[in-house]
Design a protein around this ligand. Structure first.
Ligand SMILES: NC(=O)C1=CN([C@@H]2O[C@H](COP(=O)(O)OP(=O)(O)OC[C@H]3O[C@@H](n4cnc5c(N)ncnc54)[C@H](OP(=O)(O)O)[C@@H]3O)[C@@H](O)[C@H]2O)C=CC1
Ligand SMILES: Nc1nc2c(ncn2[C@@H]2O[C@H](COP(=O)(O)O)[C@@H](O)[C@H]2O)c(=O)[nH]1
Length: 315
C-alpha cells in the first residue's frame, strides 16, 4: 500500500524574494479564453453559489461555475452574456442535461464554460456525455470531473476535456469516504493527475488553510476549487440560521439529502458555518496571501510556485 499525502502533510521551502513588495506579485491565471485574477474559485454547489454569487465573482474578475440543480440554464447564460459577462454552467450525465443543452442550442446560446460534474467521472456515462457536449458546443471550454488518478485523468483528456477537475471525497461535507471507503488525499491526487495530462488540472476540495492554494499550485494544479472556504458570507448561497442569538449559514453537500430532496445514495451532509458578513475582505486576503506565497517562492507570478521544493512534515 502507498503512503498518500494531504495539504497538511506538506510545506513549501522558501527561496530568495526578488520583489520589493508583495503587491508586485501577479496571481492571475489563464483558463480558456479568459484571464482571472486568482487561480481559485467557489464550488459549483447550491449552498455556495447562486446566480447573484456568480455575477459577483465574474464582476470581481474571478472565475465561477453555476451549479446544476434546478437551474434554468437558458435564462442564466442569456442573462450573464447580456451583461457582458462570461457564462459558466454545470452539466450532469443524464437525459435532463441533454434536454438543457438542446434548449441552449435552440436559443442560439453558447456557454463560455461547461463543467460536466459527477462524483466519479471515470465512467461510461461521463464518456458519452463529454462526446455529446463536445459535438454540440465545440466552442465551449469543457471541464470534466471529478477523478483522482493519473489513468482517469488521461482518459478524460483523450475523451475531449479541456480541463480536468480532480478530487474524490476530500470535501468538508463529504461522507463518501465513510460510506464507500473510497478517497485519495489532495496532494497525491493533484501531483498524479497534473503530471499525467497536458490540459489544466483543477484541484477540488479539502482546502482548509489559505496556504493550501499555493500548495495545490506547487503540486501542478492550474486552478483550485473550494466550497467551505466561500460558505457563510452575504454573497454565498445558503440560508441564514439563528441559534441563541448567533448567526450561521447552511453548507450542504451536493449529494446530501438536502440537495437531493430524498435519502437515496446520500454521500454528503449539512453543517452550519459561522456567518461572516461580506465576502470582499476574504477575496482581498486570499489574494494578499497568494501574492505572499509567490514572493516566498522567489518569483513574480504563479510560475514560481511550480519550481519550489515540497517537503513532507507528516507521514
Ligand atoms: N468530489 C467528490 O468527491 C464527490 C462529489 N459529489 C457531488 O455530488 C453531486 C452528485 O453526484 P452524482 O451522484 O455523481 O450525480 P447524480 O446524482 O446526478 O448522478 C448522476 C448519474 O450517474 C449515476 N451514478 C452516480 N454515481 C454512480 C456510480 N457510482 N455508479 C454508477 N452510476 C452512478 C446516477 O445513477 P444512480 O443514482 O442510479 O446510481 C445518475 O444517473 C455532484 O455535484 C458531485 O460533484 C458526490 C460525491 C463525491
Ligand atoms: N463526497 C461529496 N463531495 C461533495 C459533495 N458536495 C460537494 N462535494 C465536493 O466537495 C468540494 C468542496 O469541498 P470543500 O472541502 O472545499 O468544502 C466540492 O467542490 C465537491 O467536489 C457531496 O455531497 N459529497
Amino acid at each position: 500500500m502507498n503512503t498518500e499525502l494531504n495539504y497538511a502533510d506538506i510545506y513549501l521551502v522558501p527561496k530568495k524574494t526578488v520583489v520589493d513588495s508583495r503587491k508586485e506579485c501577479d496571481t492571475s491565471v489563464q483558463l480558456g479564453n479568459h484571464r482571472f485574477v486568482m487561480p481559485l474559485y467557489a464550488s459549483n454547489m447550491k449552498s455556495v453559489v447562486d446566480a447573484d454569487t456568480c455575477e459577483y465573482f465574474a464582476r470581481q474578475g474571478w472565475f465561477y461555475t453555476m451549479h446544476r440543480f434546478n437551474v434554468d440554464v437558458v435564462r442564466f447564460v442569456a442573462d450573464m452574456q447580456a451583461k457582458g459577462l462570461f457564462a459558466s454552467i454545470s452539466a450532469g450525465v443524464n437525459e435532463d442535461t441533454v434536454v438543457q443543452l438542446n434548449e441552449l442550442k435552440a436559443a442560439g446560446l453558447t456557454p463560455d464554460y461547461i463543467t460536466m460534474d459527477v462524483a466519479n467521472a471515470w465512467c461510461v456515462k461521463a464518456e458519452r456525455m463529454i462526446k455529446v457536449i463536445k459535438d454540440m458546443f465545440p466552442e465551449s471550454f469543457l471541464i470534466g470531473g471529478n477523478i483522482a488518478t493519473a489513468e482517469a485523468a488521461r482518459d478524460l483528456e483523450v475523451w475531449g476535456c479541456d480541463a480536468i477537475k480532480a478530487g474524490i471525497a476530500g470535501g468538508r461535507v463529504c461522507i463518501t469516504k465513510n460510506k464507500t471507503g473510497f478517497h485519495r488525499p489532495m496532494v497525491s491526487t493533484t501531483l498524479d493527475c497534473a503530471h499525467a495530462v497536458k490540459v489544466p488540472v483543477i484541484a477540488d476540495g479539502g482546502v482548509v488553510e489559505h496556504g493550501d492554494v499555493a500548495k495545490a499550485i506547487a503540486c501542478g494544479a492550474t486552478m483550485v476549487m473550494a466550497g467551505s472556504l466561500f460558505a457563510g458570507y452575504d454573497e454565498s448561497a445558503g440560508n441564514i440560521v439563528e441559534i441563541s442569538g448567533k448567526h450561521y449559514k447552511e453548507y450542504f453537500g451536493s449529494a446530501s439529502q438536502y440537495n437531493k430532496g430524498a435519502y437515496v445514495n446520500v454521500e454528503g451532509k449539512k453543517i452550519l458555518v459561522e456567518y461572516k458578513g461580506s465576502m470582499k475582505k476574504l477575496l482581498i486576503e486570499l489574494m494578499e496571501d497568494l501574492q505572499s506565497s509567490v514572493s516566498y517562492a522567489g518569483g513574480r507570478d504563479l510560475n514560481a510556485l511550480r519550481d519550489v521544493e515540497r517537503i513532507v512534515v507528516n507521514r
